[in-house]
Design a protein around this ligand. Sequence first.
Ligand code: FES
Length: 918
Amino acid sequence: MSVVVNGTAAAGEPAAGQCLRTFLREQGWYGVKKGCDAGDCGACTVHVDGVPVHSCVYPAVRADGRSVTTVEGLADGDTLHPVQQRFLDAQGFQCGFCTAGLVMTVAALDETQRGDLPRALKGNLCRCTGYRAIRDALDGVRHVADPAVGTTDGTDGGPGGPAVGGNVAAPAARQIVTGTARFTFDVDVPGLTHLKLVRSTVPHARIVDVDTDDAMRVPGVLAVLTHHDCPDRRYSTAQHENPREDPADTRLLDDVVRFVGQRVAAVVAETEAAAETAAALVRVSYQPLPAVFDPAAAMLPGAPVLHDLDPAVSGIARPADNVAGEVHGEIGDVDRALADADEVYTTTFRTQRVQHAHLETHGAVAWPEPDGGLTVRSSTQTPYLTRRALARLFGLPAEKVRVVAGRVGGGFGGKQEMLVEDVTALAALRTGRPVKLEFTRAEQFTAATTRHPFRTRVTVAGRRDGTLTAIRLHVVADTGAYGNHGPAVLAHGCSESVALYKCPNKQVDGWSVYTNTVPAGAFRGYGLGQVSFAVESAVDELARRLGFDPVAFRARNVIGPQDPLVTPVGHDDTVRVHSYGLDQCLELIQRARTETWQEDAAAGWLVGDGMAVAMIATGPPGGHHGRARVTLDADGGYQLDIGMAEFGNGSTTVHRQLVADALTTTVDRVRIRQSDTALVGHDTGAFASTGTVVAGTAAQRAALALRDVLVDAAARATGVDRRDCRLDGAAVRCAGRRVDLVDLARAASAAGRPLTADGHADGAHRSVAFDAHWFRVAVDPDSGEIRILRSVHSADAGTVLNPMQCRGQVEGGVAQALGAALAEHVDIDDHGRVVTDDFRSYHLPTYADVPLTEVLFARTSDPLGPAGAKSMSESPFNPVAAALANALRDATGIRFTDLPFTSDRVWDRLQRGRADGE
Ligand code: FES
């Protein structure tokens, strides 16, 4: 075969049936990504003779005699293609995993196609941005004046621009638009072998036998590993600083399967094809056990027990009742408050399973080191905790295990989980070879984690004067077959959602329950999205029934700046309101509601509006540590070493801004080395909204400490009192004398004492961020279709360190929440099988589906956060579903209680008519 790729003749021949995507990647064109391998997501888009194709469904042999262009071949030398430049100027990405495909699709559009972007881009999915940043890129919006440095719009920041408060570009921006950013598998690993998993076909069974003979006879197969080959230790796939937060209920390979899709065996082979062929030949004999799929049924006497383990050892609350964890508590007297109330409202709300659907699936490569150690390159949000978990599992000293995260293609909490590293490590240690495991999209749906489905019965009560007097929650959360994150998600969901109100009588009873279904796990919002949907819907209904405007009712009942955060599920001393912008959030929403604008509702459609509020604490109560080191380099620039991984949330961009600000320089002078346990200091991980506040504080502290080190060194060099010395860009000025940083670095190097400083933050004290969302919607009574006429989100993120990026976090969170509120649902059939296992059956929002959201920031400054910042990565998700439900209620008169609000469900309810309350 003769094919030219980016102007160079490709080497080798494709294998029979090989797709162009894998052929191109074998040639080293790593800009061609795998998102689905089904032609649905567009991450693999390339041009064949100038025509864009999804290379995952394009046979490689069809490229014979043709010219192929990947994103790496689009630029003309150092001059970017205009589309790449636009994505760079607008910073039209977050994790960047979709970007190469989008750039290639857009670069091939003609004028007609450009005039209909919703249609033209329907084959390219982005899970992170909510498409606004992409729309900006296509519109030629320039958010960063200099993509290498970044200056803020309309602000005179001087050369290089202001470090903090500016629209600073992501450090990897140019690599992302050129396809040269290195994600997990974008590296050459000599001698690589491939792992495929044999997965359970039944929901609950004891494994009687695993026959591996036929599989072992497949040429190229190196090993078939079963429960006989792995350590007999139980752990949790969830990763927290305190491992006791999660039940230790999981074995690497178990002799009991508890959901369809659980690992049974691991096949390692020289090629992916051989591993796949052999995996299909492994024969598993099961002794079936009774299964239970409903959490309420699972708690009943006589239900099948999933984990018969000692609670004291496993940390499972009540194994015999399938209760992984539970929360109970009351403050005040709820019964009395209900008896005394003028209005009481009770209803049950249900939320569904939703998949993270990050475009980069779970994956890892593990290889043994000559000294007996182990290295794992993984798509993880928690490299340090994964290292600790692997070291414990395999009985290795921690320093013998190295975990490295390249750029991570999205996570949203899904990669705060050890789903691939353990089994790849086992295979590498057993075979002595490098081993790769990359989930398929189907595995992502059937065997990775989901959002926990919640059934929340809410009772709220109030008085005619507009006072909320009681909140009672009865919550059943389905944790699936394993308890990873289950108890913590339940507790978190029942915390800030209730603490947001200063209501004196509160009661919570909640259970996180095992069922024989795919396990749930951490997901943006960590339970708050589910419970807030219920509480904010119920509070809204109560306000209506008491005759109050929903915004005014909330303004009257939410906590103020001095109020304690009171929840019945345990007092937490570490969190309080250190800065308060909820009043501004409500004012911003109220202003938007009363503005006039062009409304575009078709005749006969029902129109209404609704809002909801949310609060979230930064960081987990169990502790969260970040360490950073900043070093003066020989060229007078700086190196920031930091443990936190970058998965598109933009933490690295902000870390660089904070360091540059502290060292009075520009961000282009700060290089970053991150998320490699062998090279940088400990970080608990990129989760719990800690990227800016915890790791950012560590980076800022390291930079400020280095500033003192540099001033001291200059003072010593000049003999000037240090109080008369100050750092000023590339030099320290001491009483009129200038000491170049380059000279300081040279002298330090000659003395063998590099100029460096460390910073640490422990997240021991926590503040809260606030969000409010408002929708105006139109509903077609003939079809149930919902159209969003206006979407406004106000957020209290403290000092906004990077407005463009923070806005992007809000837009992405809102888009993800809208997907969950309107369409997304992981369906499980009567046999426990996930049936929505691809992007065609699981509808992810496309460019056409996501409305524009106006993002408005409160003006506050938080004393705990670096430069006054608070978190804003998870929180925008949380009020969205309730705001939409409340708008639907306003439009239709019907209280919608079950997510998602698909048009058939809405139509059905409209047909049945108004049925408020119970
Ligand atoms: Fe589009 Fe992450 S930036 S998928």
